[in-house]
Write a protein that binds this ligand. Structure first.
Ligand code: HEM
Length: 322
């Protein structure tokens, strides 16, 4: 037993010296307080008021991790920060992260990074929305900078071809399978008309619609949501399964196989020979998506993390410490 405990202490010490993230990093770092539980409860308050909390946090974690790594850089406020990039203007969930961070700071100041708060908050929301619980790795530190140009360069647009998306994910250490599992994030949340309107009226400048949108009454429904000349930027649910808009489930994969993908990437994911097989497995194997999504989020959470003496533990998630 003694050997085991010594081993555990050694592993922990080595991990911290060499800067890796691991499951349970905050255990014992805030006295009697359970950091993950405090964050869970803060997220729950938001989730009960607004079911969008889950899509907000999942997307926020994706946009954080893909730019510089999972370092809270997307949370920084200010001129020319990632937040100001057009692709990020629709991001939400910042209040939830701020409230969770504040709750943690109250009992344990200066210990828990914003990058970790976001990671734990996203996992909490996934679980509340029906996803399977997954253990998250923690111990990240927060970035000191955030650049708009880096968000533009790293966040994929709705019409990215599947092979390029696979390359982009590979450049972050994620496999083709991880990419398809993570796209399951589109099981919740919405897309604004400006991200898919071209598919309804002028697909790739053909002057015609994307012929793959089926059946015609679905096309008409989308056209009513996004009239050609309307300036109102409405939204459509990314997962068109009735009553599943706010649930973490595999409905998204079944919908896209039935030509009901909203974004061009959703449609291409279903029909590209590179990904079609994996999409079918996720759509029709009970429980598979639930088993795969959490571990893929954990893997995404490892992208270029700051540890050891890098970065800092921000006091406020929107600003670097002075
Ligand atoms: C090639 C990859 C991807 C592309 C091109 C893409 C693109 C988009 C676009 C254009 C939207 C609509 C945004 C809006 O209109 O406000 C969206 C929404 C969303 N994306 Fe993705 N996405 C990708 C991958 C991911 C991944 C990996 C995740 C998470 C693991 C994710 C999670 C979400 C969520 C949750 C929403 C809904 C947000 C909301 O309702 O506020 N996406 N995505």
């Amino acid at each position: 037993m003694m050997k085991f405990i010594l081993g555990l202490v050694l592993v922990t010490l080595i991990s911290e010296c060499y800067g890796s993230i691991y499951h349970g990093y905050y255990i014992g770092k805030c006295g009697k307080y359970n950091v993950e539980e405090i964050i869970f409860n803060a997220v729950k308050t938001h989730f009960q008021r607004d079911p969008d909390t889950v899509s907000d946090l999942i997307r926020l974690q994706f946009h954080d991790c893909f730019v510089r790594g999972c370092d809270g850089s997307v949370l920084l406020h200010g001129e020319n920060t990632e937040k100001t990039a057009h692709i990020n203007v629709g991001l939400s969930g910042f209040r939830t992260v701020d409230d969770a961070k504040e709750a943690v700071e109250k009992v344990c100041p200066g210990v828990v990074s914003c990058a970790d708060v976001l990671t734990i908050a996203a996992r909490s929301a996934v679980f509340m929305a029906g996803g399977k619980w997954y253990g998250v790795e923690t111990g990240r530190r927060d970035s000191l900078v955030s650049h708009r140009s880096e968000a533009i360069a790293n966040i994929p647009k709705a019409d990215i071809p599947v092979n390029q998306a696979i390359q982009l994910f590979a450049s972050k250490g994620l496999s083709k399978e991880d990419f398809v599992y993570l796209m399951g994030g589109h099981t919740v949340g919405t897309a604004h008309c400006d991200t898919f309107k071209n598919r309804l009226y002028n697909f790739h400048n053909t002057g015609n619609r994307d012929m793959r949108i089926q059946p015609l009454n679905f096309l008409h429904f989308l056209k009513r949501t996004c009239p050609r000349d309307s300036r109102v930027d409405n939204q459509a649910f990314l997962d068109q399964t009735p009553k599943s808009e706010f649930k973490i489930d595999n409905g998204y994969y079944r919908q896209i196989l039935h030509n009901k993908g909203i974004l061009e990437i959703d449609d291409n994911l279903a029909f590209s020979p590179l990904t079609n097989g994996i999409v079918k497995q996720l759509a029709y194997t009970p429980g598979l998506f639930h088993d795969k999504f959490g571990p893929a989020m954990v893997k995404m959470g490892r992208i270029n993390v700051l540890t050891g003496n890098q970065g800092e533990i921000r006091r406020l998630c929107r600003a670097v410490n002075h």
